[in-house]
Design a protein around this ligand. Structure first.
Ligand SMILES: Cc1cc2nc3c(=O)[nH]c(=O)nc-3n(C[C@H](O)[C@H](O)[C@H](O)COP(=O)(O)OP(=O)(O)OC[C@H]3O[C@@H](n4cnc5c(N)ncnc54)[C@H](O)[C@@H]3O)c2cc1C
Length: 294
């Protein structure tokens, strides 16, 4: 098989956020940043992207690490690798739905390079960290030379491979608010095979229950790979809020989610199959989230 070499480019390895932003401003549309490179270098080999300047973010300490923020939640640097998330007991125990997702992504080798920020900034509809983070109510902080701004992740995506991130901006970190003691979630990823595959359908369900009893105080449902962007599904959430969680409610929410989704049919799966799996997996994710709380 003919393997294409990377096109020529000039490599930069800034050691600070301000240096990286300066390089981005100087080289404008001729530059691309990268973290793990597991998406970008593939796109460059395919000549989908041919930047003249490649800015490696890996030396920037300010964009790394998992930082608990008291009772408020956790800040995760955009350069945190999927492998670091997988090995974090904080993520596994308190943000389990995100842990569900990263442990099902790619391979150990890719997870040791690929980053959380890279997964979100690629903005593909099947990005596995997006549905759990939307269901957790996460926001992302973006920086540019004149300042920074924060947006809810559910407002970040604009279309396939498109987001609100501007050419002169970098994603610095992801913030996840602390879930209540009576909350939990579940992410389910449907793949054609058990490992190393992109999601045909991804469903994330987070429930917050009243301290005692079966009444659901809050619900957040998000889907991946079944619309031009990862989406939140308020219609499914409404079927659960202030109700008892049981098979009937979960099924109702699943139906609502399958009505809202707008998947494409392609060589990997038909449109009808994806819609019916949204219904089945949304119900399953809700019941599993409920089981985890109890
Ligand atoms: C074999 C294989 C299997 C895979 N399996 C999965 C899977 O199961 N699920 C899944 O969701 N993905 C999968 N991927 C895709 C990829 O590994 C992930 O999306 C990964 O998290 C990308 O992170 P990265 O750091 O390598 O991104 P990079 O390739 O470095 O960057 C991706 C894009 O984001 C931009 N970018 C990166 N970081 C920032 C930042 N901080 N600020 C602004 N822009 C930034 C880059 O300019 C580029 O456009 C797979 C890839 C491969 C090669």
């Amino acid at each position: 098989m003919f393997i294409k070499r990377l096109p020529d480019f000039q490599h930069h390895a800034p050691a600070s956020l301000s240096e990286a932003l300066g390089l981005l401003t100087r080289h404008g549309g001729k530059a691309e940043v990268y973290a793990g490179g597991t998406d970008l270098l593939v796109a460059m080999k395919k000549r989908e992207k041919t930047p003249e300047h490649l800015i490696d973010l890996k030396k920037i300490g300010e964009m790394k690490g998992i930082h608990p923020d008291g009772k408020k939640g956790v800040r995760i640097g955009a350069l945190t690798t999927l492998g670091e998330l997988e090995r974090s007991t904080l993520i596994q125990e308190q943000f389990t739905i995100l842990w569900d997702a990263v442990t099902m992504m790619a391979s150990p080798q890719v997870r040791s390079l690929g980053t959380l920020g890279g997964n979100l900034c690629s903005a593909v509809p099947s990005a596995d960290t997006a549905p759990p983070l939307i269901a957790l109510g996460a926001s992302v902080k973006m920086v540019e030379p004149r300042g920074e701004r924060e947006v809810l992740l559910e407002d970040f995506f604009r279309g396939p491979k498109e987001s609100v991130l501007q050419k002169n901006e970098l994603m610095k970190e992801v913030f996840i608010p602390q879930p209540s003691d009576f909350a939990s979630g579940k992410y389910i990823k449907l793949m054609r095979r058990e490992a190393m595959d992109l999601a045909l359908v991804g469903v994330a369900a987070c429930l917050t229950m009243e301290s005692r009893g079966k009444i659901c105080k809050d619900a957040r449902i998000a889907l991946g790979a079944v619309a031009p962007t990862p989406i939140r599904v308020p219609q499914a959430e409404e079927a659960l809020i202030n109700r008892e969680i049981d098979e009937v409610r979960a099924k109702e929410a699943g139906k609502a989610a399958s009505v809202v989704c707008r998947p494409i049919g392609d060589i990997r799966s038909s449109l009808a199959y994806r819609c019916s799996m949204v219904e089945v997996l949304t119900k399953r994710a809700i019941l599993e989230a409920y089981r985890r709380i109890r």
